[in-house]
Design a protein around this ligand. Structure first.
Ligand code: ATP
Length: 296
């Protein structure tokens, strides 16, 4: 199978300019069949604009965007009627889009709303409203589902339900492209990510690949002496201080005994030394000077 055959959505140098603001800047991304792709970036990074171009809802200033069809999408709050039930809302949509009522039942089951289908939309929790939106996107069983910030505004239980639903969809063979500003969420449920910041795609790759394997994490005092030794061993760019005061050294974990020896040799007390896997959050902060709200 060649790479082309597995691509379900892609953009090439995709750009959108509003006045003098470049909302999306030369973004080239590829979504492969069967994966959960996380489009990750802080508010205003250009995620929604990119997704809207991908779906053909707005026109690019330059570059191209293409996706297989049919695509199911939840990109802006779907316009459901508050006084109709969830089921009646979906039936209205189904009629409009040429689907049978049986399809409504299938998607209600899929998002675990069949039991509450006859309740008024108005009385749904935010999480249920969001799941009904996903149900609408699932009608017709599209190969690709695009969800813009599907967990935004949900309480922890609603978020967990939505994440479980996304994972379940992917298990069922559907490709999910979702946007999120929540690093931990993306790390948890996505296979691959594209990291977007100020309209530019900074990196794209597998979550494990982006996290870049392991490094050495240590706590030692006096800190200044520990830092000097760490920088001598790992290089000036190979040492970072975490928020909780530990040092992260970009060195293979096998080097830990040597690092410990060098520290002790320099009169430094070692309180902790372990192999550490970088979180996506650390990777993101290494790449950007993103605002702190971008934490999970
Ligand atoms: N119709 C528009 N007219 C002018 N500027 C726009 C328009 N749509 C988006 N923008 C600007 O483009 C930039 C990217 O917005 P976009 O909504 O794509 O970001 P985002 O990553 O989806 O963030 P959010 O999660 O806040 O929606 C922002 O600076 C936004 O103000």
């Amino acid at each position: 199978m060649n790479a082309q055959a597995t691509t379900v959505a892609s953009t090439e140098s995709l750009t959108k300019v509003y006045g003098d603001r470049v909302a999306v800047d030369q973004v080239s991304m590829t979504v492969r069949r069967g994966e959960v792709y996380g489009f990750l970036g802080p508010n205003g990074a250009g995620k929604t604009t990119t997704l809207r171009m991908l779906l053909g809802l707005i026109r690019p200033t330059s570059g191209t965007a293409s996706a297989i069809s049919p695509v199911g999408a939840l990109i802006e709050g779907p316009g459901f009627f508050p006084y109709l039930s969830g089921r009646a809302n979906l039936r209205t949509l189904a009629r409009y889009r040429g689907f049978a009522d049986a399809e409504v039942e299938r998607v209600l089951e899929r998002v675990d709303l069949a039991d509450r289908g006859d309740d008024r939309f108005k009385g749904y929790s935010l999480g249920m409203k969001q799941r009904l939106g996903v149900a609408a996107a699932l009608m017709g069983d599209p190969d690709l589902i695009v969800l813009d910030e599907p967990t935004n505004g949900l309480d922890p239980a609603g978020m967990a339900d939505m994440r479980a639903l996304v994972v379940d969809l992917a298990r069922g063979g559907q490709t999910v492209l979702l946007s999120s500003h929540l690093l931990a969420e993306v790390q948890e449920i996505c296979d691959r990510v594209g990291i977007i910041h100020q309209g530019r795609l900074l990196r794209e790759g597998g979550v494990a690949e982006l996290r870049g394997g392991v490094s050495i994490r240590l706590r030692a005092t006096p800190e200044a002496d520990a830092l000097a030794v760490a920088m001598r061993l790992a290089g000036d760019d190979g040492v970072r201080r975490t928020d909780d005061g530990a040092l992260l050294l970009t060195l293979p974990p096998d080097d830990a005994p040597r690092v410990a020896r060098e520290l002790v040799g320099a009169g430094v007390d070692v309180h902790e030394i372990t192999a550490a896997e970088r979180s996506l959050e650390e990777v993101f902060f290494e790449m950007t000077s993103a605002p702190k709200e971008m934490t999970s």
